[in-house]
Ligand binder design. Structure first.
Ligand code: FAQ
Length: 311
């Protein structure tokens, strides 16, 4: 078969909503596009452990500590599923990590903001995991099999994460005046960065066209952002917190909330490495990765020993 016949077969599978599997022929651009998106997604999960990891020792109760510890561990697991999915496309773990540490690969802008109070643990769970779920539910139907299956599992865990965040916010919003103020302050700081997680406007999103055509993305950045805003605005009302957007208003005719403009200059700054914590996040990763080398070596030696025994 020549490439044209392979391509027709690939297009036929995509057209029929069938999954593309690692053994299937795929256009080089499709493979590269997936490596880019899946690896950036994996890096986000890994770097995303840092803002919350920083609060494990300072959680206000044993229950809160246990939940946060489990959540951060889940994020590490998500990163590993995603790295494994990326590896099925022919890139190695070492290359992936190198791309992250040298700034060749991006990770979500949201993790370059500092988590300064306990209420930020609530805001991250509620808003950041909430935004992640909206995006990832859509990605469960992505055309690449290993990515889709990773998303199905990740979404189950992510919905617990969203609820633990909303629970923290609910308790604080209904607590003392000081706790309420902390919850509102966290919402004020995390709201706009959360909306940026969905990426630039559709009109400014170079990757969306191909991603939708290949069914890698099933919904556009703006569609997902709107869906997140519609859900979250109602949740804020329930606990009596105010979303920091004077233009946020239900639009009966559209059946959606209208909202104000995102500060895209800030988004560009953070994407380009100049957010409040970009340098700190990468430096921490480099240090932890170097210091963890012995764990990887020990695990590899142990696996080799077991394989030899089993042979
Ligand atoms: N940050 O053409 P588009 C989580 C880049 S959830 C940084 O629209 P695309 C869970 C984009 O990569 C967070 N860069 O791109 C958790 C592209 O650059 P490139 C992660 C961004 O791919 C919760 C350029 O701008 N979730 O971690 C951002 O079609 C709590 C042009 O953009 C995912 O990654 C951004 N916010 O759409 C963990 C979901 N937005 O690569 C711990 C999967 C855009 O051409 C604690 N990814 N860029 O150089 C996606 O759905 C998509 O990749 C988008 C971007 C929607 C992120």
């Amino acid at each position: 078969m020549n490439d044209q016949i392979y391509l027709e077969h690939f297009e036929k599978l995509i057209g029929a909503d069938k999954k593309i599997e690692p053994r299937d022929w795929m256009p080089e651009d499709y493979r590269k596009h997936l490596i880019r998106q899946i690896s950036q997604h994996g890096h986000s999960e890994i770097i995303g452990m840092q803002p919350e990891g920083n609060w494990i020792t300072r959680a206000p109760s044993l229950r809160a500590k246990l939940i946060l510890l489990a959540k951060v561990q889940d994020e590490g697991g998500h990163g590993l599923y995603l790295y494994s999915a990326a590896e099925t496309l022919g890139i190695s773990r070492e290359e992936l990590i190198d791309q992250l540490e040298t700034g060749k690969a991006k990770y979500s802008t949201i993790f370059n903001y500092p988590a300064v109070t306990w209420a930020d643990m609530g805001a991250i769970g509620w808003l950041v995991d909430g935004a992640a779920i909206v995006n990832q539910i859509s990605l469960q139907r992505t055309s690449y099999g290993p990515y889709s299956r990773a998303m199905i599992r990740i979404c189950k865990e992510e919905s617990f994460h969203q609820r633990q965040g909303y629970e923290i916010m609910t308790h604080m919003a209904r607590g003392t005046a000081e706790q309420r103020e902390m919850a509102q302050d966290a919402l004020n700081r995390w709201w706009w960065p959360s909306l940026m997680m969905f990426g630039p406007h559709d009109t400014n999103s170079p990757n969306t066209g191909k991603a939708i055509r290949w069914k890698i993305k099933r919904d556009s950045n703006d569609e997902l952002r709107q869906s997140f805003i519609d859900k979250t605005a109602k949740q804020a009302d329930v606990i009596g917190l105010k979303i920091p957007d004077p233009k946020l208003k239900w639009n009966e005719a559209r059946g959606h909330y209208d909202f104000g403009e995102i500060d895209w200059a800030e988004f560009d700054r953070v994407v380009k490495g100049n957010g409040p914590c970009n340098k700190q996040r990468i430096a921490h990763h480099v240090k932890a990765h170097r210091e963890g080398a012995w764990v990887r070596e020990a695990a590899t030696a142990y696996a080799a020993k077991r394989a030899k025994k089993a042979a």
